[in-house]
Design a protein around this ligand. Structure first.
Ligand SMILES: *[C@@H]1O[C@H](CO)[C@@H](O)[C@H](O)[C@H]1NC(C)=O
Ligand SMILES: *[C@@H]1O[C@H](CO)[C@@H](O)[C@H](O)[C@H]1NC(C)=O
Length: 503
């Protein structure tokens, strides 16, 4: 038999097998009762990658809790007025009976028809018709009314962290801050001074290390393409550590930072890492809050009951963790993939190990989250998996930690790791409870840390902050315009009018 014929035969067998498993899965699912929902079914929710969910339901109305097969559903998106639609679609199997569908549009369409099909038949209320224009991420077409945009996006009324951060600033004076903040922080730090005026972004940088500015520029440009932001002037700290160390009773300077701490008073934003992963979903980054949901490893009972950690040596406690792992390999598998901050003593900390794909972390039940330079920015992704997180108590926090409760979303461990072994033992002895905590953490990540929430957070922050200004925000001397990218292959024609009742 020729190789080609053999390959053909193998291939046909594969197809046959797929069809069989599809058949089996399909028969358990009720297409009409299956649930489909999410922001990606609404024309007005413009995101870099739009997304919606499918929850499989059987004919008795029960939700499936295991995967009916990765290829169960087919999703097609077409625009009736276009011959070709330039849309990249992925159906991600979350293996818990639900699917996450995401798509990235490279052009703007007048109408979109989203077909969700089970063995060629429409599911739930499919086809979903999005009356356009349905704008793509690159389209510079801000909604003129912020309140309409917030309503369209279903943004929450408030974010507790924003309320808390801004409560320290009864008012802010852009004129005064423009004088004082560069004097106080401009020399040593990497600082950016931004003004948004008439929805255009202007910036002046201070300090040598301002490369991370790209993340802030990118989110501001993306946001101003979607919604008109009130005129606002503010300072962003591009460094790791929060800066404002004064007591609340002293005069505080408002500084926006990616990380907050118990000893500082900076205003926190989503981390640059999470921000970039939202902007670059289905683009440059491979680890984002959606891809992680499709890569959570084996089901809970099959996960390895060793606690897992990989990373670099950016803090003393990390050295301790690896030492602890070497003393108790039956409890902890922790190793360094990189040495940078401390002198590498191989006799104490073992050889460097090869980098492990983040998705492989979820072969293990217990994930250790331990501070690096500041908060470990991997926490959103760890929570989104279906392992349970053991989180070190820490003075550092991100924009969403306010929503996290110990024993509900994660298992707390002491800052000095003194009770880590004990807590792992607890989790082993209370498997059901540990699993419940894992799922609650996952739920929090799924509902609070997706792209729509991140855009809402940024918008709300700038809006609330803008309200506190007692002098007019200005484009200051030395500021440059941050231009919208012009290399978009498919320009859009923006068609938004201010409705009378929105003024
Ligand atoms: C669980 O993981 C540990 C550490 O990585 C490893 O030594 C052990 O062999 C694994 N156990 C099983 C059952 O795979
Ligand atoms: C930081 O503050 C939080 C909230 O008040 C607290 O739970 C935590 O123990 C503090 N951690 C450290 C290390 O100071």
């Amino acid at each position: 038999m020729s190789v080609r014929l053999l390959l053909l035969l193998v291939f046909s067998l594969e197809v046959f097998r797929c069809e069989l498993s599809k058949e089996k899965a399909g028969s358990a699912i009720n297409a009409a009762k299956t649930l489909v929902w999410g922001p990606g079914l609404e024309a007005d929710i413009v995101l870099p990658a739009r997304f919606f969910y499918i929850q499989t339901v059987d004919s008795s109305g029960e939700r499936l809790t295991t995967s009916p097969g990765e290829k169960t559903f087919e999703v097609k998106i077409v625009s009736p007025t276009e011959q070709f639609t330039r849309i990249w679609i992925q159906v991600l199997d979350r293996r818990d009976g639900s699917f996450l569908v995401r798509y990235r549009m490279y052009a703007t369409y007048t109408d979109l028809h989203i077909h969700v099909l089970l063995k060629g038949k429409h599911v739930a209320k499919s086809p979903y018709i999005l009356k356009g224009p349905v704008y793509h991420e690159g389209c510079d077409c801000p909604q003129p009314s912020g309140s309409v945009w917030e309503k369209n996006m279903h943004c929450p009324e408030s974010f507790a962290q924003i309320t808390r951060d801004l409560s320290l600033h009864p008012s802010v004076d852009p004129d005064q801050n423009a004088q004082e903040i560069p004097k106080r922080f401009g020399q040593r730090q990497s600082l950016c001074h931004y003004t948004i005026k008439e929805n255009k972004v202007y910036v002046k940088t201070f300090g040598e290390h301002v490369g991370f500015r790209i993340f802030m520029d990118a989110i501001l440009l993306s946001l101003t393409r979607k919604v008109r932001i009130p005129d606002v002037e503010f300072f962003v700290n591009l460094g790791d550590w929060p800066l404002e160390k004064r007591k609340p009773t002293d005069k505080l300077h408002p500084i926006f930072s990616w990380c907050g701490s118990n000893n500082t008073r900076d205003i926190v934003m989503p981390t640059y890492d999470l921000t970039e992963s939202v902007l670059e979903t289905m683009g440059r980054v491979s680890l984002d809050m959606m891809s992680v949901q499709a890569n959570t490893g084996p089901p809970w009972p099959e996960k390895n009951a060793t606690a897992f950690w990989r990373g670099r040596d950016s803090r003393q406690e990390r050295l301790q963790l690896v030492k602890l792992s070497r003393a108790h390999p039956d409890f902890i598998d922790a190793a360094f993939t990189n040495f940078f901050f401390f002198k590498h003593d191989e006799s104490l900390y073992g050889p460097l190990v090869k980098h492990v794909s983040f998705f492989d972390f979820f072969k293990y039940k217990y994930q250790i989250n331990i501070d690096g330079t500041v908060a470990a920015y991997r926490l959103p992704y760890l929570l989104a998996g279906d392992s349970v997180v053991l989180k070190q108590d820490s003075g550092y926090y991100e924009h969403f930690y306010n929503e996290l409760r110990p024993w509900e979303h994660y298992i707390p461990i002491k800052a000095n790791l003194g009770d880590l072994l004990e807590k792992i033992q607890w989790a082993r002895d209370h498997d059901e409870e540990a699993r419940k905590i894992a799922l609650a953490g996952q739920q929090l990540a799924r509902s609070h840390l997706m792209g729509d929430s991140i855009f809402c957070y940024y918008y709300k922050l700038f809006k609330e902050y803008a309200r506190l200004q007692i002098t007019e925000p200005k484009v200051r001397k030395g500021m440059e315009l941050v231009e919208q990218p012009t290399d978009d292959l498919f320009p859009c024609s923006c068609d938004r009018r201010m409705e009378k009742d929105e003024l």
